[in-house]
Ligand binder design. Structure first.
Ligand code: ZN
Length: 194
């Protein structure tokens, strides 16, 4: 007798596409524009933020623009709900269980890293703060896509991935953790199959 345990809402082997469009940033605090080597460092820091966030979940982050779930790092993003130019950190569209697509704003997050990294900081520390900001914003957008019917912004924990604002120190520095979406993701996606 074969017993099948139905678990309709479980998804396995999720591929999360993550890549950088051509982006640039310079500012008074940073000085000279981000160099190609620094951009590579930012990407590496961002990817390690994603890997840490999704540890224990069956999600593979890859540079695949056709992945069912995706986040692109773009130069900037404005909120389509406003006629005037309102810059935002990220956005996503998703259909529950089918997939999603989103993007995060390099200019917004690099600017945030300049504002929220305490003085004094070396240029290398500012570059790493940009990487953390971008990576944590990407985790947040993937979470919207994976749980489109959950109001992840309901969290009150500013030190969580779910928190609905990138204008905070925790976006760029120190530790960050899962709040309400953590158990939902574990239930829905589950651990990596051995
Ligand atoms: Zn959000």
């Amino acid at each position: 007798v074969i017993v099948t345990i139905g678990c309709a809402r479980t998804e396995r082997g999720i591929e999360a596409g993550f890549w950088f469009e051509p982006v640039s940033y310079e500012s008074r605090r940073l000085g000279a524009p981000v160099s190609p080597a620094e951009m590579a460092r930012i990407e590496s820091v961002a990817r390690s933020e994603l890997a840490r966030a999704f540890t224990g979940l069956d999600i593979t982050v890859a540079d695949n623009r056709r992945a069912r779930y995706s986040v692109a790092v773009v130069q900037d993003l404005s909120d389509p709900r406003f006629i005037r130019n309102v810059q935002i950190a990220g956005e996503s569209r998703a259909v529950d269980g089918f997939g999603g697509a989103g993007s995060v704003s390099f200019a917004f997050l690099a600017g945030g890293a300049m504002v929220y990294t305490p003085e004094p900081a070396t240029r290398a520390e500012l570059i790493d703060a940009i990487g953390r900001g971008v990576g944590r914003a990407a985790v947040h957008e993937f979470t919207h896509q994976l749980l489109p019917n959950t109001d992840i912004h309901a969290t009150k924990d500013a030190q969580s991935y779910e928190y609905g604002s990138a204008t905070r120190v925790e976006q760029y520095a120190g530790e960050i953790r899962w709040d309400l979406a953590g158990p939902l993701l574990r239930e829905r996606i589950g651990p990596i199959r051995q």
